[in-house]
Design a protein around this ligand. Structure first.
Ligand SMILES: NC(=O)c1ccc[n+]([C@@H]2O[C@H](COP(=O)([O-])OP(=O)(O)OC[C@H]3O[C@@H](n4cnc5c(N)ncnc54)[C@H](O)[C@@H]3O)[C@@H](O)[C@H]2O)c1
Length: 251
């Protein structure tokens, strides 16, 4: 499939597990992908892999929670490429712990990276999308934003906000031709989940046993869903909250 031929896509957190897979998938389908990450080396690994596969990509290194950096990035990119067709707000962090174990910084940084980033990125790219009369935004929420797992209050609240933000944005800008949807993954095997397993002293097999499919999800499986939502095939999907969990119940 070449659903993104001639289109420009921005993917944040594209140096990490799910973001890398999304960037590669959109590029495989013809998009020029701007690989965004706060960690320069990680961003370059993704961009180099896309280029090595014969697809098109460039790198942008900035912190999505920094409004000035986001504004500069958007202005530079729009001047260079004219339009952004697809925006995937995927960057996120998980500061773990119940309320009394969290610092002020844990709370505020989680909100800044997971939620404020969406505000900054969407404010930066929406005007051009509205002028063009089209654009697809896919935000990464979490199953835990809908059904909170214990011990992750900052993360879960931030992801609930991502879902609410996405639904509100969808309703406000659907009349302008902008589609906004949110994906809510369950347990996907990425560096974020691996660090959580290490912190809890459990291994992948223990976690996999809790999933009805008997395994964790793969980043490319989330990428396939994001690509669908970002494509014209999802023309009537807007304001949708789509879980991808292998049927796992949160316990
Ligand atoms: N892995 C899962 O099981 C899972 C489940 C539900 C939701 N999610 C969500 O999916 C998204 C991707 O998760 P992942 O598992 O691939 O995580 P990851 O930690 O593997 O990758 C996240 C990437 O985001 C980047 N990043 C972090 N903070 C940033 C910032 N301030 N500015 C720019 N880039 C920044 C990191 O450098 C990293 O490359 C996150 O929003 C996460 O909350 C993941």
């Amino acid at each position: 499939m070449r659903r993104f031929e001639g289109r420009n896509a921005v993917v944040t957190g594209a140096g990490g597990g799910i973001g890398t897979a999304i960037a590669q998938r959109l590029a495989d389908e013809g998009a020029h992908v701007v690989v965004c990450d706060a960690v320069e080396d990680l961003a370059h690994v993704t961009t180099d892999a896309i280029l090595a596969s014969g697809a098109s990509a460039s790198t942008a290194v900035f912190d999505v929670s920094d409004p000035g950096a986001v504004k500069d990035f958007a202005e530079r990119l729009l001047a260079e490429r004219g339009h952004v067709d697809v925006l995937v707000n995927n960057a996120g962090i998980n500061r773990r712990g119940p309320l009394l174990d969290l610092s002020d910084d844990d709370w505020h940084t989680t909100m800044a990276v997971n939620v404020d980033s969406m505000f900054h990125m969407c404010r930066a790219f929406l005007p051009a999308m509205v002028s063009a009369g089209h654009g697809a935004i896919v935000n990464t929420g979490s199953q835990w934003g809908m059904y909170p797992a214990p011990g992750h209050i900052a993360y879960n609240v931030s992801k609930a906000a991502v879902i609410a933000f996405s639904q509100n944005l969808a309703r406000d800008y659907a009349p302008a031709g902008i589609r906004v949807n949110v994906v809510c993954p369950g347990e996907i095997l990425t560096p974020m989940v691996e660090s959580g397993l290490a912190a809890k002293g459990i291994d992948v097999a223990d976690l996999a046993a809790k999933v009805p499919f008997g395994r964790l999800g793969r980043p490319d499986e989330v990428a396939a869903l994001v690509a669908f939502l970002a494509s014209d095939e999802a023309a009537y999907m807007c304001g949708s909250v789509v879980e991808i969990t292998g049927a796992q119940a949160v316990t």
